[in-house]
Design a protein around this ligand. Sequence first.
Ligand code: FE2
Ligand code: FE2
Length: 306
Amino acid sequence: MASEQEVAAVGKILVNPKQDLTTRFRALFTLRNVGGPEAIEWISQTFVDDSALLKHELAYCLGQMQDERAIPTLETVLKDTTQEPMVRHEAGEALGAIGNLEVLDILKEYSEDPVIEVAETCQLAVRRLEWLTSGGDQNGEEGTDGNPYCSVDPAPPAQRKTVPELRTQLLDESLPLFERYRAMFALRNLGTEEAVLALGDGLQCSSALFRHEIGYVLGQIQHPASIPQLQAALELDGENAMVRHECAEALGSIGKEECMKILERYRKDTERVVKESCEVALDMLEYENGTQFQYADGLLRLQGEQ
Ligand SMILES: [Fe+2]
Ligand SMILES: [Fe+2]
């Protein structure tokens, strides 16, 4: 257990814009693992930062922690139109992830937001909460494959089907996004090369939110078969920065030599979230390939300084 002083010491690193972004990310993941009201408070205070990448990760972590004490902060961020769409999106998704029905009204309201990524996120979150109310998560749904990644997802997996059937559901733009996400997570849970390639085809779909989520799940699966499609999306001129960011991070989590080379090339990208994603991804790889024992090492680093 971390003491309040230790949490505060890590929190001060997170809020400090003079610290390296990579160090701040490590501090964030430490706070996420520690949890509790003080950790939530430090994370909440950091939404004044000017890195959209960091702020979207704050919201993501608050959602994954599934602590209702984060709801007021997440609502404020969702409502704040001066926050970048990617940050507001992640706040909306996090409100859905926490699973408390009291946020249903605000999510319905922002389902009409003029920023399409925000609107689509809130529509999905409403569907997730409705699914929870209908008892959808009781003992997992029958006939679905479980999530091996321990993430709280914006939609449950679809019923088990063949990969071609799931691929059709994934790519059918006439279906509600929620149904397509269900196919996405079912394919992810399968995790075979065939499933990975079907997911990669989703990078051609019209919704940027959908494409970014494809990048996210490909990063979870870490299958090298997805490298060419991820690379193509990262390199695509005019692709939405949120999508490029997610593809860069996915390449980082796959972590092969060729992925590192690609990330090195985009480390100086003119799009700030892409550039920062490459920096953070390369830092994580350094950890994976190196001798550092723990990535979320904010507490260890403190001890080293004492
Ligand atoms: Fe996201
Ligand atoms: Fe992201």
